[in-house]
Design a protein around this ligand. Structure first.
Ligand code: ADP
Length: 463
């Protein structure tokens, strides 16, 4: 609650004070005149008339000065002073979710909505536009609009301390009783940073994808050239080159499959699956299908935990999750080690926290995707634990980025595409599940995924 007197009441009180003062003075002068004029009635009456006229003139001058002060005062008052009229237009301006400002003569910010305050970091007194927005192109557009020239659309970018890309519509407004300076500039700002970044990411993705495909393609072209030339009659070299060509073709096929898979998943990521599948059966099938790969490295892949785990999900995509995680565990583990896949069929929030935090305080841990985890919700979890080299903490945040591979990590003859974990992340997000990694260099890694469980059916009512 404010105790301040409204400005109109304050003005009226001052005028009343001035009038009382003048009346007292006139009475005093009258007394003096009365005494000096030896009670001459005409002299006294003329003195009263003169002094009353003076006080009337004074009153009129004071009142006109007070009302004339208002527009000038507006210039010297803080630019963000609350307007006396809170019209619907004012309320609309205040509630707009993007920054809007009104700039007046001299480049002073006359009004700024809360979004503008937040966006430009304006204080309680907004002051001059040039102090908050040091963008020559914008300031120049504002100056020309204030001179009565047409509006403009201006764009600017900043790269430090943070990257931002902004479009500013500078619109001329003519104030009806604006006197010598009727023009104002209405600034509407649009933050384009997110869309510019998404555009760049799309560009980077295309560049990376074509680079990844170009490398095996160039190698293939080179070998074909060699086979047509001097290696034509060299049977031994020919066999060696054909094996390499086969590997490169395989790699291209994997890349294209992963890219297609990623784009398919992204396309319907916003539509959660409605079917049901058994996560435990899926893990078992995957282990079976990867047995030859594991045997080739003398790696044992053991299944532990619940034998069935019904989840809300799409079978093929859940298979893809299990395949990527178990295949990675095989690829990045040394020969003779052991991999454990365990299933937890019916778990809640606390269990998830416990099961994704098992390697101790020295381990790095990252939540790659996190579901809303409402208290009553139940999940099923697949954990893939290997005894491989482990992943240094600094690599964890970038693991699920497309094409990110840790330098110097050997994955055997089947070189990775760097898309597997990105695919897992998108499938998990579509399923409204969680994706976590824990790793301790020298000891191994655990990749865990949780998917919403099928709610238990209420027991049938007898009879
Ligand atoms: P890739 O096809 O290269 O395996 P992923 O997206 O599946 O691509 O994995 C990204 C990178 O994360 C891998 O290149 C590897 O460096 C690292 N990585 C993934 N899984 C493991 C693991 N189980 N142990 C160690 N490093 C791993």
């Amino acid at each position: 609650m404010s105790n301040e007197t409204p400005p109109e009441l304050e003005g009226r009180r001052l005028r009343r004070r001035d009038t009382i003062a003048l009346t007292l003075i006139s009475i005093a002068v009258l007394l003096i005149l009365g005494l000096t004029a030896a009670m001459n009635i005409w002299v006294s009456l003329s003195a009263i008339a003169a002094i009353s006229a003076m006080s009337l003139i004074y009153f009129l001058v004071v009142s006109t000065t007070a009302s004339a002060r208002t527009p000038h005062q507006a210039d010297s008052e803080p630019a963000t002073a609350e307007p006396a009229d809170r019209s619907p237009a004012h309320d609309i301006l205040e509630s707009l979710p993007f920054p809007v400002m009104l700039v007046g003569p001299g480049g002073r910010i006359e009004r700024a909505n809360p979004s503008a305050h937040e966006f430009l970091g304006l204080g309680a007194e907004s002051g001059l536009l040039s102090a908050s927005l040091r963008q020559p192109k914008v300031l120049e557009a504002v100056s020309s609009v204030l001179r009565g020239e047409p509006g403009r659309l201006v764009e600017y970018s900043t790269f430090a301390p943070i990257e931002s890309h902004v479009r500013v519509h500078v619109i001329p407004l003519k104030i009806v009783d604006g006197g010598a300076f009727p023009w104002r500039a209405l600034l509407v700002l649009a933050d384009e940073t997110a869309s510019k970044r998404a555009e760049r990411m799309r560009g980077d993705f295309l560049a990376n994808a074509s680079h990844e495909l170009r490398t095996p393609l160039a190698s293939l072209a080179g070998f074909i050239e060699t086979l047509k030339g001097h290696a034509r009659e060299d049977i031994e070299a020919r066999d060696r080159f054909l094996t390499i060509m086969q590997d490169q073709t395989e790699r291209m096929r994997r890349l294209i499959n992963d890219l297609l898979s990623l784009s398919r998943i992204e396309m319907d990521e916003h539509v959660p699956p409605s079917g049901e599948a058994d996560l435990a059966a899926m893990a078992q099938d995957t282990i079976d299908s990867l047995t030859p790969q594991a045997h080739a490295k003398a790696i044992a892949v053991d299944f532990e935990g619940d034998a069935s785990a019904n989840v809300i999900g799409e079978r093929d995509q859940l298979f893809e999750i299990a395949q990527n995680l178990i295949e990675n565990a095989i690829k990045y583990s040394a020969s003779g080690t052991r991999i454990i896949c365990d299933i937890h069929a019916d778990i809640g929030r606390e269990d998830i926290e416990r099961l994704t935090n098992t390697l101790g305080p020295r381990a790095g841990r990252l939540t790659i995707a996190n579901p809303a985890l409402p208290p009553g919700r139940r999940y099923a979890m697949l954990r893939v634990r290997d005894a491989g080299k482990g992943i240094e903490r600094r690599h964890l945040p970038r693991l699920s980025e497309r094409f990110y591979r840790i330098d110097g990590q050997k994955s055997g003859p089947k070189e990775g595409t760097g898309l597997g974990l990105a695919i897992v992340k998108h499938i998990v997000s579509r399923h409204r599940g969680g994706f976590y990694v824990e790793s301790l260099p020298g000891e191994g890694s655990i990749f865990s995924v949780c998917i919403p469980a099928v709610p238990a059916k209420p027991p049938a009512v007898p009879g």
